[in-house]
Design a protein around this ligand. Structure first.
Ligand code: GRE
Ligand code: ZN
Length: 316
């Protein structure tokens, strides 16, 4: 069977979780329990889903919403802890770093340490950094370093900016607490982050930088034609929005096992930019791999999505 690498798979480090405050994302106890497990339950469910390797990333909001000095210290502790987990089972686990983005120069250095010394595959950034989007110039040192290292940055959602949350979601959140989160709030903010990466000029400055979006691209494959049409001009160097999006983004299947969304994503991005992910423990490993195997794709295309594309992008 094809090698299967899942690349948006979460865990929690109690040392970092102790720093989360005001987190109103309610995760049920069985999810919290799985996030803390890096042994028996995780490996059993990987085996049930025929997943060979999980590329682990810490569950949100990680180090994006801490004071700079605390973020720097906790990113090191968390990344060292993840390296120790991987060292115990290097055939089953790989890692994405957490970055102290509130201190951008330190975050660039931490990314380099994690990739060059710990063998990590890139980094995950969870939502905004204390209210700021990653395309703002103060964060460009991180983007520059990621490009130089050939290390992708995964733009993972987090709960929306509190001002947005209040206006958009608050009055429905009692009945539908998932609305501000995975139902829509995550997608709206992360898609906005991705669009801003293109329009800010960050990707023209760092044209080799690779960004990863989960959930089959946070709805953007469906919107590319309309975005191009209404911008009605190139973003830079004669490249349209969708030209840049197709050069600098890879998308994963995390938590969105939809045949029609997958067909749209492949049609817009090409098969080589679609990678397998589950979003464990928020989605089921077995449901994810069963779905890929049931799709109408060729065996060659399934193998690309399940593992070959990740091996290339993450140099595994
Ligand atoms: C999260 O808490 O981070 C989360 C969910 C549901 C789906 C995905 C996800 O609560 O990352
Ligand atoms: Zn996730």
């Amino acid at each position: 069977r094809p090698v299967t690498i899942a690349i948006e798979e979460h865990y929690n480090d109690p040392n970092l979780v102790a720093h989360f405050t005001g987190l109103d994302l309610i995760r049920p106890p069985h999810i919290e329990m799985k996030l803390l497990d890096i042994g028996e339950i995780r490996l059993r469910e990987m085996d049930e889903g025929a997943i060979d390797i999980q590329v682990l990333s810490h569950a949100g909001p990680t180090t994006q919403k801490l004071e700079p000095e605390i973020a720097i210290r906790m990113a090191k502790v968390t990344n060292d802890g993840l390296a120790a987990v991987i060292a115990r089972a290097p055939d089953r686990f790989a890692g994405f770093a957490v970055l102290p983005t509130p201190a951008p120069e330190a975050a660039a250095d931490e990314l380099e340490r994690c990739v060059a010394e710990l063998g990590f595959k890139g980094a995950v950034v969870n939502g905004l950094t204390n209210g700021k989007f990653l395309d703002e110039r103060e964060f460009w040192p991180i983007l520059a370093r990621a490009e130089r290292l050939g290390a992708p940055i995964y733009l993972h959602p987090a709960l929306p900016n509190p001002d947005v949350d209040k206006v958009y979601y608050e009055n429905l959140s009692a009945s539908f607490p998932e609305l501000r989160g995975p139902v829509w709030g995550f997608t709206a903010e992360t898609a906005t982050q991705a669009i801003r990466m293109v329009l800010s000029g960050a990707l023209s400055e760092y044209p080799k930088l690779q960004l990863i979006l989960g959930h089959l691209g946070e709805a953007l494959p469906f919107m590319l034609w309309r975005i191009d049409d209404l911008l009605a001009r190139p973003v830079s160097d004669g490249m349209t929005f969708s030209d840049i999006f197709r050069c600098n983004f890879h998308l994963t299947t995390s938590g969105n096992f939809s045949d029609t969304a997958l067909a749209c994503s492949i049609a817009e991005m090409g098969i080589d930019r679609i990678l397998f992910a589950v979003d464990w423990p928020f989605a089921s490993n077995k449901a994810a791999t069963d779905w890929v195997k049931r799709t109408a794709l060729s065996e060659g295309d399934k193998a690309k999505i399940l593992g070959e594309n990740a091996r290339k992008l993450l140099k595994m």
